[in-house]
Design a protein around this ligand. Structure first.
Ligand code: HEC
Ligand code: HEC
Length: 341
C-alpha cells in the first residue's frame, strides 16, 4: 500500500506540486486575464487599424521601436503633454496576436528614451516628416539620438516612380546613394504612426482627470484667451523651437521637398499678417511639393501665436513688424472652430 508520506511517494509529491501550480496559475494569471478580456472592448469612437496599419504595427514591433517609445499616457500631470486624457484599457482592446508564432504585441513600453507616441499623429501629421526622420533622424531634428533606419529605404537608380523619392538634405544621405525611396515596410510603418491618436471618449462620459503630482508652477500659465496684451511677455524663440522647428528647422530654411522656408518667405514678411495667422491657426496644405502643416488653434494661445509669429517676422533676416495678441484674437474669432478631436 502506497503511503501518504510525501517524502516516500513520488507520485503524490509530483501530483501535489502540479495541482498547486495549476491552481495558482489559474488564480493569479488566467482568471484575471479572462475577466479583463470579457470586460474590455474598443471605444465606440475608436477606428480599427486598416490592414496597412496592422502591417505597420508589425514593423514597429519588429524594429524594436518599443524599446525607446511608450504608448501610454499615465494619469499623472507630467503625462498631460502626451495626450488629452489618460490611456484606458479600451485603447488597447484591438490588440491581437500577430500570428500563431508571435504573441499579442505590447506597445505600452516601459522606457521613454524618445517621446511617448500615443498621439504622435496629432503632433506630427506629415508623412514626409516621418519618412525623413526614419531615414535619418538628424536630418529633421539636429540633436536627435534616435537611431537611423536606412534599411527601411532603398536606393533606386532607375525605374522608380519619381513621386516616391525622398528629398534627403545633402550630408544626410548614405554614402553613394542616388534616389532614396521608402520600402513597403517604411510606408506601412508611417501609416501606422499616422494612425496613432487617442479616440475621443463617447459624449456624456465624464472627463478622466490627471492627478496633480508635481508642485504647482510659480506663475499661472498664460490664459487661453488673454485680454489685450497684458499677458506676460512670452519667449517667441523658445516657442518656435518646441512647435515649429521640427519642420521649419532652426535656421528657418525648412527642408526642400518637405517644409518651406520661413526665411525670406513673402507670407511671413507680408505687411498684413492675416494669412500667416490663419495658416498657424488652421494648418495649410495648398502646394503638392510640400507636406501638410498641422493646425495649432487648439494647441497654442493667442499670446503664444503672437509671440511665435513676431519672432519669425524678425529673425533670419526677415524684417516685418511684430503683431499683437489682439490681432490674433480678432482673426481667431472669424475662424470657425475646429471640430473636436
Ligand atoms: C534608441 C532609442 C530609440 C529607438 C530604438 C527609436 N526611437 Fe524614435 N525617438 C527617439 C528619440 C530620442 C526621439 C526624440 C528626438 C527625435 O525627434 O528624433 C525620438 C523621436 C521619435 C518620433 C518623433 C516623436 C515626436 O513627438 O515628435 C517618432 C515618430 C519616432 N521616434 C518613431 C520611432 C519609430 C517608428 C521607431 C522604430 C522604427 C523608433 N522611433 C525607434 C529614440 C528612439
Ligand atoms: C509637421 C510639420 C510642420 C510644423 C510642425 C509647422 N509647419 Fe508650418 N508648414 C509646414 C508645411 C508642410 C508648410 C507648407 C504647406 C504647403 O504649402 O502646402 C508650412 C507652411 C507654413 C507657412 C507658410 C510659408 C509660406 O511661405 O508659404 C508658415 C507661415 C508656417 N508654416 C508657419 C509655421 C509656424 C508658425 C509653426 C509653429 C507654430 C509651424 N509652421 C509648424 C509644416 C509644418
Amino acid at each position: 500500500m502506497k503511503s501518504w508520506n510525501l517524502y516516500k511517494n513520488h507520485r503524490l509529491f509530483t501530483g501535489t506540486v502540479f495541482l498547486g501550480f495549476v491552481g495558482l496559475s489559474t488564480l493569479i494569471a488566467v482568471q484575471p486575464a479572462a475577466r479583463m478580456q470579457a470586460d474590455n472592448a474598443p471605444l465606440p469612437t475608436a477606428e480599427a487599424l486598416t490592414p496597412e496599419q496592422q502591417a505597420g504595427l508589425r514593423v514597429f514591433i519588429g524594429e524594436g521601436c518599443v524599446a525607446c517609445h511608450t504608448q501610454q499616457v499615465r494619469n499623472i500631470d507630467m503625462d498631460q503633454r502626451w495626450g488629452t486624457r489618460p490611456s484606458l484599457p479600451a485603447d488597447y482592446a484591438w490588440h491581437q496576436r500577430l500570428d500563431v508564432w508571435r504573441a499579442t504585441p505590447s506597445t505600452l513600453g516601459s522606457e521613454r528614451t524618445g517621446p511617448d507616441l500615443t498621439e504622435v499623429a496629432v503632433r506630427q501629421p506629415s508623412d514626409l516628416w516621418h519618412l525623413l526622420h526614419l531615414y535619418q533622424p538628424r536630418s529633421v531634428v539636429k540633436e536627435s539620438i534616435m537611431p537611423a533606419f536606412p534599411w527601411l529605404f532603398q536606393d533606386s537608380v532607375a525605374g522608380t516612380p519619381a513621386g516616391l523619392a525622398l528629398h534627403v538634405p545633402a550630408g544626410f544621405r548614405e554614402p553613394g546613394s542616388h534616389v532614396i525611396v521608402p520600402t513597403r515596410r517604411a510606408q506601412q510603418l508611417v501609416a501606422y504612426l499616422l494612425s496613432l491618436k487617442q479616440a475621443p471618449l463617447p459624449s456624456g462620459t465624464p472627463p478622466t482627470a490627471f492627478l496633480a503630482l508635481s508642485p504647482p508652477k510659480e506663475a499661472a500659465p498664460a490664459s487661453r484667451t488673454p485680454a489685450g496684451n497684458a499677458a506676460p511677455a512670452l519667449d517667441g524663440a523658445a516657442l518656435y523651437t518646441t512647435n515649429c522647428q521640427p519642420c521649419h528647422q532652426a535656421n528657418g530654411e525648412g527642408l526642400k521637398g518637405a517644409f518651406p522656408p520661413l526665411k525670406g518667405s513673402p507670407v511671413v514678411n507680408d505687411k498684413d499678417a492675416t494669412l500667416m495667422v490663419n495658416i498657424v491657426l488652421q494648418g495649410y496644405n495648398p502646394r503638392p511639393e510640400y507636406g501638410v502643416m498641422p493646425p495649432f488653434a487648439t494647441k497654442l494661445s493667442d499670446a503664444e501665436i503672437a509671440a511665435i509669429i513676431s519672432h519669425e517676422r524678425s529673425t533670419w533676416g526677415n524684417a516685418a513688424a511684430p503683431i499683437t495678441t489682439d490681432f490674433v484674437q480678432k482673426i481667431r474669432a472669424l475662424v470657425k472652430p475646429e471640430p473636436a478631436l
